[in-house]
Ligand binder design. Sequence first.
Ligand code: 13P
Length: 362
Amino acid sequence: MDIQQLIATVKAMVADNKGLLAMDESFTTCNKRFAAAGIPQTAEARRAYREMIITAPGLSDSVSGLILYDETIRQQTKNGLSFVQAITDAGMVPGIKVDTGAIALANHPLEKITEGLDGLRTRLAEYAQMGARFAKWRAVITIGNNIPTYSCIEANAQALARYGALCQEAGLVPIIEPEVLMDGAHTLQRCSEVTEQVLRAVFNALYAQRVVLEGMVLKPNMVLPGLGCSDPVTADEVADATVACLRRAVPAAVPAIAFLSGGQSGELASARLNAINLRHRLQAPWALTFSFARAIQQPALEIWKGQEANVAAAQRAMYHRAWSNRAARLGQYSPAMEVVNRDKDIIAEEAAFKTANEVEII
Ligand code: 13P
């Protein structure tokens, strides 16, 4: 294992206050989102959509790396350039989702286990050879009556740790993603307790499998009340609960924490990431960044609608969301940044935005 190579990749993934854009939806998830937006669910539509994302002008101003899906890493732009090459040429780092999805955990109603360990060593070698430099595996934990169970948490932690060790062996940085879902009516406090329990189990398993903490990225949920919980919550409360939970459970040797958005709107995800950084960035031992899918892509998907004529407008919307999250890493995001006139040149305007107090975190 080349630890220095892993550390260099992590640095590139969090450099210059940028973050990650997850565009690794499986066929099923991507098709579901296309269907909701009235877009045909074909391989060509998925390719065109992913080309729109990868070639968005200026995306690399705020995005350091892109997480691809198995179908996508094998695809090309309409001009015949492989997506991996297009990403690398734009100065971003290509990554790959390597789990094969979450299925029902036997004997555990409503709970899931993520699959994909079979043949993983061979698949990782192929992805590395294709140019991927990091990987992602998502475990899903649901809060409800008497769940999550100890056995569900342990089974998922085991799988994450075995995946992490295999990634590092192959020279790929593992993104370790244990997601506690927002589904349900649980309180912020309950989410905090479950998230802490899950993170402790995950790090115990990572130690047992000898995963090098300096060569990984943690991708957790923010600590949030469930979607069905009526208690109001401010961005500052989310920020404080999230960082308190992480402090208890995540070793300082982990270089970066890249949050998932989990179904929050783009604006809320940016506001909460901003509060996390504004209130805690200077004391936290880890970089606090983003690895969002929906919170960056959703507005662009709705504008694109599968039409070539909408590509430029969709790219501008995506640029804006990515840029907002880079500002949030600096604690410089403000809801006023959402008042954009879509006819104006957002890219030029935001490029002029001064990131005066930027500091390199690692
Ligand atoms: P969301 O930001 O939409 O939650 O997706 C992040 C992700 O990569 C899920 O695995």
